[in-house]
Design a protein around this ligand. Structure first.
Ligand code: CP
Ligand code: NVA
Length: 312
């Protein structure tokens, strides 16, 4: 399986989930599941011996940084953590020139930054694969792990209803781009003015053939009969100054036992983390029986190992 998959993915970028078909998402998930099982049996697959991944961070990170670094180590390769303020980027070198230079040393570049256009500029300058490790617009690696987690617990993706409750942010955007391709219904509930971007909604609707894409202000309607309930912080990285205002606006969008009482009895709860307990989610949910957030965090490692083995 690995050889045919690799032909399909080798040297591609992962900038947005709009570029990844439902079939490809399922292939990555299935490969990641194999790698996860192999790891639990103590087997190693060193697909990246002698390879190096440069990881540029313009925002903080716990999971993305550690899971990519451990992924490269487990694959026999090496990862370099590059804080953008320590690079010449901080003194005005362009992201394109940074990518051109790094491509002469490394086999892949992962970047976490603000503007999606910067990730695209890195990809234009780079001669190695570029992976989006989160921008203000998207978080594709997170959604590969989320879909893997849903598949592990529900044994399917097609036909499930996912409810997103909260800010129409980067994580929500990547879910909107992926769910229709894997046949999942996605219902997004956000306060007016905090909905996902119109072009993302349009792309999701265009991709939805046998599934639904619904955008509403009504959190109960979104969660009703959902198989999966997902939320995220009300103020993303870069929006710290809006935190106080957002906390007031988002109160009705808190994931608590009252709200999830409308979901299916066997629903599962996901959150990309870090969580702001007492704001977008209460302890009773994130620490409760429906929560799969730690599996979700772990699956960042397995999906990214699959990605790195295929792209690099
Ligand atoms: N979910 C996620 O990307 O976490 P970090 O910000 O800790 O990397
Ligand atoms: N929406 C959050 C995700 C963090 C992983 C942010 O961008 O800060």
């Amino acid at each position: 399986m690995y050889t045919s998959l690799r032909k399909r993915f080798y040297r591609r970028h992962l900038l947005s989930l709009k570029d990844v078909s439902g079939e490809e998402i399922m292939a990555i998930i299935n490969f990641a599941l194999e790698l996860k099982e192999a790891k639990s049996r103590g087997e190693t697959f060193t697909f990246c011996i002698g390879k190096t991944l440069a990881m540029i961070f313009q925002k903080p990170s716990t999971r993305t940084r550690v899971s990519f670094e451990v992924a490269m180590y487990q694959l026999g390769g090496h990862a370099l953590y590059l804080n953008a303020v320590d690079l010449q980027l901080g003194r005005g070198e362009t992201v394109g020139d940074t990518a051109r230079a790094l491509s002469r040393y490394v086999d892949g570049i992962m970047i976490r930054t603000f503007d999606q256009q910067d990730v695209e500029a890195v990809a234009s300058g780079a001669t190695v694969p570029v992976i989006n490790g989160l921008t203000d617009r998207e978080h594709p690696c997170q959604i590969l792990a989320d879909l893997m987690t849903i598949f592990e617990h529900k044994k399917r993706l097609a036909g499930l209803k996912l409810a997103w409750v909260g800010d129409g942010n980067n994580v929500c955007h990547s879910l909107l781009l992926a769910c229709p391709n894997v046949g999942m219904d996605i219902h997004v509930a956000s306060p007016p003015g905090y909905e996902p971007l119109p072009d993302i909604i349009a792309a999701a609707r265009a991709a939805a053939k046998n599934s639904k894409v619904d955008i509403t202000a009504d959190a109960v309607a979104a969660v009703r009969d959902a198989d999966v309930v997902v939320t995220d912080t009300w103020a993303s990285m870069g929006q710290e100054g809006e935190h106080g205002r957002r906390v007031k606006i988002f109160q009705e969008y808190q994931v608590n036992s009252g709200l999830v009482g409308h979901a299916k009895p066997d629903f599962i709860f996901l959150h990309c983390l870090p969580a702001h307990r007492g704001e977008e989610v209460l302890d009773e949910i994130i620490d409760g029986p429906a929560s799969r957030v730690w599996d979700e965090a772990e699956n960042r490692l397995h999906t990214q190992k699959a990605l790195l083995a295929l792209l690099l």
